[in-house]
Design a protein around this ligand. Sequence first.
Ligand code: FAD
Length: 571
Amino acid sequence: KSDSTYDYIVVGGGTSGLVVANRLSEQKNTTVLVIEAGGSVYNNPNVTNTLGYGKAFGTDIDWAYETTAQEYAGGSSQIVRAGKALGGTSTINGMAYLRAQAAQIDAWEAIGNKGWNWKNLLPYFKKSEKLQDPANYPFLEGSGVAFDPAYHGFTGPVKVGWSSTQLNDGLAQKLNATYQNLDVPVPYNRDANSGDMVGYSLYPKTVDADLNIREDAARAYYYPYQNRTNLHVWLNTHANKITWKDGEEVTANGVEVTLSNGKKTVVKATREVILAAGALKSPVLLELSGVGNPQILSKHGIATKVNLPTVGENLQDQMNNGLQFESKKTYSSDKSADYVAYPSADQLFPNSTALGAELLRKLPAYAAQVASANGNITKARDIYRFFKIQWDLIFKDEIPVAEILLSASGAAYSSEYWGSVPFSRGSVHLSSADPTAPAIIDPKYFMLDFDLHAQAQAARFIRDIFKTEPFADMAGAEITPGLSTVAAGADDKAWSTFIYSKYRSNFHPITTAGMLPKELGGVVDTSLKVYGTSNVRVVDASVMPFQVCGHLQSTVYAVAERAADIIKEQS
Ligand code: FAD
């Protein structure tokens, strides 16, 4: 292996990496190597079990990245999970297949990424998808699941749909009736993947509906193609850094790796090195390779190859909390209810117009606070532009401002929820020149007070759902947090104690190698090439310039599909 040479090296055999490796190796005369730190989880029941969410957490296939103490959120650190396996985080995620509001992808273009808009990305959502029509699965009768064929792909690699574990006892319909009975109803939305997410929906998952097993990136993009002689995968192999050609231009010529036997070696790339190690790893790999903020690099004795100070900045995630209520009915644990509500600002906030005006006044101060927290590496005026776009998305385009999930198990209803578009931004940076050292991850959860307000208001909204018929009649007392912990009518401050002590990362980190114009702090250009390099790209969740209201995987698949086309066109 040690003297092998490939056309392309893809670092990270996860959700995005396997898409790109698959598509590039469709070209018969092109050789592709995937370097993956984890192993195969093809037969791992913690992965395949469609009701096994959480079973892989804390096992050896979970990177379990730890954040710094979160000073704006009570001081504790958080664990941010990510899959360490062929298939990456798609092997441990919640399998929800939910895209974005069209206007959110259009905002990628509005900020300066020509051609990156919903209309152009939709064909790639479809290209990656194989929707399994629920009409072909009798066990889904009565479950209420629905979709609009205009927005789906039926012949792509990733199986999407509903399996036999879908609950079909009428709960979905009762929940819909409840949403329609709210003072400000949340409308029924037949298909939240159409680019319009607002409303109440039954969402599809990445699942093999015939076999009732999880669909992941390896099952979709690798195993059916593993006999391609021009596609190689090195498992249990850790990428340490990019190696560079001598000369004026900054050109990668390989990757230094530590093989499974502990030996270090360099594998050569004649065309490109493509980073797909995830939003908390790809920026760190850039830094280990000398691409980043010279002040940070020099602290660790790393020579600067490309002065690109925003590598690892602009980290955005969401914060996840949950409420629980007693249920009068007992639900079996071998079924799952996958119901989502996406309220717009008008539907979530009782005083949306006034709130919007107040927030607009605060944006310059928010931007200054974010900039000053990172030593003005990102500029307040740029952050302000990002925030104004986000404000427009919320208050003009009326994107969802929260995600409210509902599930039923045993004698309880659980509602996980999060504000969809927090404003707080943090960073991820290397802590050492040792490539295996944990990075310094600081998402700055709840730094800005709108984020707490949205999180508290979503909790109040959930309480309203449980006070509204028919749900009011089906549910008993609130278990978590309970009215004795957070009183009815509690203000944001009173909610914050519960929120800060119980929240977790929503595991949706993005923008750490953001696709943005260079003058706005971008790390990659519209062809996902790292500024200042001639042949290094990033294709994973790191590049998304703004948060999406859906979950990340569908958009990660679509972006990676488009990335592969761009790479093919340019080589
Ligand atoms: P990954 O899929 O994480 O791929 C990165 C790969 O790189 C991994 O295989 C990793 O092992 C490898 N790697 C990292 N460092 C190195 C190195 N130095 N050398 C070699 N290999 C390396 N999204 C949804 O759409 N729906 C959900 O329900 C959902 N639930 C989630 C639940 C959890 C617990 C988590 C953690 C995430 C969830 N997400 C969900 C988010 C979504 O799964 C991820 O955003 C997406 O899979 C990320 O894809 P990626 O290609 O950016 O990274």
